[in-house]
Write a protein that binds this ligand. Structure first.
Ligand SMILES: Cc1cc2nc3c(=O)[nH]c(=O)nc-3n(C[C@H](O)[C@H](O)[C@H](O)COP(=O)(O)O)c2cc1C
Length: 479
């Protein structure tokens, strides 16, 4: 378990465990596109975490952090795992841990560093923070990309947390894109149906484990704060926000609180924004937060997780924990034996399962079970199953299996299901007709079970021999 009290403790740990170069401070970049483009280019190289300071037009100390979990080693450290653990083993460790998780509710403390600066009334000004314009055609400055949006169910008291993109509309207006099925939207609707605005708080910077819990798909009634406590092994320390009474992380970097009126009463044009499939999407009237108070630490760090094309390792988490773990668990629950690993490529658009075949039809069973995990609103396209000698996190190995162990006439099935609004492949006609139907492909890239033992032998050295040579040659060669 790993409990970082705050984002700063995590950054310190990265430097301590992985060296000075792991968190690179960059001075003098412009919030307008430069930070976004540098972030993207460094993420493509799986480079260091980037801490931008002395941002053009802003005083020193008003910082932006990006690519914070952009390598497997940084992701492992965030979750208290050894940094050299193989990628699939990080998924396995997280899955095993998730099974034993006991929810730990937050503890309330009197105050915390987030109250070091409190801005109210005319002092409220979101543009005090160097929120980047991340992509060239973004419709504004997105301060909220790695945020936590907090509301409380007025009937049950359940505190919900989600991640929603947030754009600065003016000094005291923040727009949020809350899709219809999201819990925060459902909770807000309850207030709106009573003719009241929804009390709301938004966090822009906290420890990475707490933030990982924020967008996790927990069932209604379960607070992501409790999930974060379970993942950290210690409760999150919260304070009661002065205006809304909502629990906010005491060690957060920046928090705003206010109210969200019904969209019919007040809205703002939101978007477009360069989204995770790699295209600009969605423009339209969306909800706004009337910001009543800003709280922030001295020298605040605005945390950013700008979307990039999905084949770039996301700078905020190099290991696709949520999708891989959920699929792995789903396969186990469906009774698929001998799973060796699960991976998700291209932000979950391609799911790969590695297993040791034990019976005829097992590969197809795994494929069907994996597709069954797909949620409404999911966009997963390709499902692939490979043998146990293939590392599912290594795209080259997966490609090799797909190219040499399939007969496309036999090994591939196409099903028809539903995609999501954000899918660029929906034609304008289908979109207008609200027809979200889309194909998915199931690829059995395993050696055919009936004659797998007669399959041509691979000339690739096996992992055991590679490990032996790595050890023997380590002083002379970085193998
Ligand atoms: C980086 C990131 C950005 C996201 N942006 C949005 C968004 O703009 N709008 C949205 O409705 N969901 C967005 N999501 C998905 C929600 O955070 C996610 O579905 C979450 O589970 C919703 O919270 P809920 O479980 O409380 O409904 C995003 C997720 C991540 C990881």
């Amino acid at each position: 378990m790993s409990a970082f009290r705050d984002l700063r403790a995590y950054l310190d740990r990265l430097v301590r465990e992985l060296g000075e170069g792991e968190v690179r401070t960059i001075e003098g970049a412009n919030w307008d596109l430069e930070i976004g483009c540098i972030t993207e280019m460094m993420a493509e190289k799986e480079g260091p975490a980037l801490l931008f300071d002395n941002i053009v037009g802003y005083p020193k100390g008003y910082r932006v952090l990006s690519n914070f979990m952009g390598t497997a080693a940084r992701t492992a450290i965030a979750f208290g795992l050894p940094p050299d653990l193989p990628k699939v083993e990080i998924v396995r460790a997280y899955k095993d841990r998730s099974k034993q998780l006991k929810l730990i509710p937050p503890v309330e403390i009197a105050t915390g560093p987030v109250m070091e600066n409190v801005l109210e009334g005319d002092a409220v000004d979101l543009t005090r923070f160097p929120a980047p314009r991340w992509h060239e055609h973004d419709g504004g400055r997105y301060i909220g990309t790695a945020d936590m949006v907090i509301t409380r169910d007025p009937d049950t008291g359940w505190v919900n947390v989600g991640t929603h993109r947030g754009c600065i509309q003016s000094k005291d207006r923040l727009s949020l894109w809350l899709l219809g099925d999201r819990h925060n939207r459902m909770i807000a609707s309850k207030y709106w149906s009573r003719g009241e605005p929804c009390p709301i708080a938004v966090v822009f910077g906290c420890d990475p484990v707490l933030w990982t819990a924020a967008p996790s798909p927990t069932p209604p009634g379960v607070s992501e704060y409790d999930v974060a406590g379970a993942l950290r092994g210690e409760p999150v320390e919260v304070i009661r926000a002065p205006e809304t009474g909502l629990p906010i992380p005491a060690y957060a970097e920046i928090v705003v609180e206010g109210e969200m009126p019904p969209i019919e009463e007040e809205s703002a044009m939101e978007g477009p924004f360069g989204e995770w499939p790699g295209y600009y999407t969605h423009t339209g009237p969306e909800t706004v937060v009337r910001v009543k108070r800003i709280m922030h630490r001295n020298n605040p760090i605005l945390m950013g997780a700008p979307p990039m094309i999905p084949t770039t390792t996301p700078g905020y988490q190099a290991v696709p924990l949520a999708a891989a773990v959920a699929t792995w668990e789903h396969l186990e629950n469906a009774g698929v034996p001998n799973i060796r690993g699960v991976w998700a490529f291209a932000r979950n658009l391609m799911i790969v399962v590695s297993l040791e075949q034990r019976y005829e039809g097992q590969a197809m069973q795994a494929l069907l079970a994996a597709t069954g995990r797909r949620r409404i609103g999911g966009m997963e396209r390709y499902f692939v199953v490979v043998d146990e000698d293939i590392d599912p996190s290594d795209l080259n190995q997966v490609l090799w299996a797909m190219c040499t162990r399939t007969d496309p006439a036999e090994s591939i099935q196409i099903l028809r299901t539903r995609t999501t609004d954000i899918d660029p492949r929906l034609s304008p006609q289908k979109r207008a007709a609200k027809d979200f139907s889309m194909g998915i492909m199931l690829i059995d890239a395993c050696k055919p079970y009936g004659w797998k033992d007669e399959y041509a032998r691979s000339n690739r050295f096996d992992d055991a021999y590679r490990a032996e040579l790595r050890e023997r040659w380590k002083s002379k060669l970085a193998l």
